[in-house]
Design a protein around this ligand. Structure first.
Ligand code: GLA
Length: 382
């Protein structure tokens, strides 16, 4: 009820904003080729521009958000997400820049889980501290497939509908999972992502988006000065293999406490054992909101540009990863290297290793049920 009021206020505010300051501006969508996959499948790049001139480029390869231009406090547009200019580069090597992630976002211990008395073996494609696990859906996750795409404009809001059928047995998962994702670039300068999935066999599902943000603009250095605040009093500590121990631990007195604002850099090199395991922040925060309604999870503010970003989600958790594996070997869209900690991710999600953790909220979707979840990245300046 409370949340509903909030959402309608946001919508009302955005309508007023659109009709007063930008009367007459029209949302637009254009489309161009984004090149072919190795198998020769055509991919496309859709440019969505909202009534304020805020623009995002999204490809149906992996559902990747390739560019996202939002204004700074002077009104200058800057691209605040990391990525590449061509599909070939995404295919060759990507740390999941901007992509849709599934069937299970994040890690599954040893790539194994049991469901209805049967043990399933998933691909192990990640080895923190030499301990194998399944990460982000496996070798060919949803970030590496071509989705069916349908651009649309409704209520002067541009959007892109993406559809993918993940077949029974794909990457070891049970059941045909029919997935639809809607991206919308709304006129309150939000990138809104709605997910829907249905299955014909019980299966774990944990979908997310893996955008790397830098509110100074991609390629403009590290993210250590960003000021973060999370509505999360707890997090899930991990072992050396980055698998949760099962404990829901208080953030109080730790570098994980962002209940009041702190820069990323302030405690990122702390000698806290958890920070050593992650090589910095690479953990799941347990959001205070656990009722499945849309709520504010996190904010990030960057003072030189004046840009801020809010993350709203219906999910119970968020993985905060600060680009600890970026090392300058990747050259980004503007020809500049992405060095250590040059981007951060806020991956809204259920907790890592959920299928093996009886006390975590379940991610099992059954036939006849609908998996739906919404995440919003909203941008502004101050
Ligand atoms: C996620 C993981 C990180 C890392 C990145 C990709 O955010 O939590 O450990 O694997 O993806 O580099």
């Amino acid at each position: 009820m409370k949340i509903k009021t909030l959402v309608s206020c946001m919508t009302l505010a955005s309508l007023l904003f659109a009709s007063t300051a930008f009367a007459g501006s029209k949302a637009t969508i254009t489309m161009q080729s984004f090149g072919k996959t190795k198998e020769g499948v055509d991919t496309a790049l859709y440019s969505l521009t909202n009534a304020n001139g805020v623009k995002t480029d999204i490809t149906n390869y992996g559902g990747i958000v390739v560019r996202l231009f939002v204004p700074d406090r002077e009104g200058n547009m800057g691209d605040v997400v990391l990525g590449y200019n061509t599909v070939a580069e995404y295919i060759l090597d990507t740390p999941y820049f901007g992509a849709l992630i599934g069937r299970i976002g994040n890690r599954v211990a040893d790539g194994k889980f049991s469901l209805d008395g049967k043990t399933y073996h998933l691909v192990t494609n990640n080895f923190p501290a030499d301990i194998p696990c399944h990460l982000h859906g496996g070798t060919v996750g949803y970030d590496k497939v071509v989705w069916d795409a349908e651009p649309f404009i409704e209520n002067n809001t541009p959007g892109l509908k993406l559809h993918y059928l993940s077949i029974d047995g794909e990457e070891g998962y049970p059941g045909n999972l029919d997935i639809t994702v809607w991206y919308r670039l709304t006129n309150d300068n939000s990138l809104k992502i709605d997910y829907l999935a249905t299955t014909d066999k019980a299966t774990p599902v944990n979908l997310t988006n893996h955008s790397y943000f830098n509110l100074k603009g991609e390629g403009n250095g590290d993210i250590l000065g960003h000021v973060m605040k999370f509505n999360a009093a707890n997090y899930t500590p991990v072992n050396a293999g980055l698998i949760p121990t099962g404990e829901i631990a208080s953030v109080k007195g730790t570098p994980f406490d962002f209940t009041s604002p702190h820069t990323i850099g302030e405690r990122v090199n702390s000698s806290n054992e958890q920070m050593k395991f992650g090589g910095g922040y690479d953990h799941n925060w347990v959001l205070d909101n656990q009722d499945g309604d849309l709520a504010l999870a996190a904010t990030a503010f960057e003072s030189t540009s004046g840009r801020f970003m809010e993350v709203w989600t219906e999910e119970p958790g968020v993985q905060f990863y600060v680009g600890n594996f970026l090392d300058g070997s990747i050259i980004g869209k503007s020809g500049k290297p992405y060095n250590f900690r040059n981007g951060f991710c806020l991956e809204t999600q259920h907790y890592p290793d959920s299928p093996n953790q009886a006390d975590f909220p379940s991610i099992i979707l059954k036939p006849g049920e609908e998996y739906t979840t919404t995440t919003i990245y909203r941008f502004g300046t101050r």
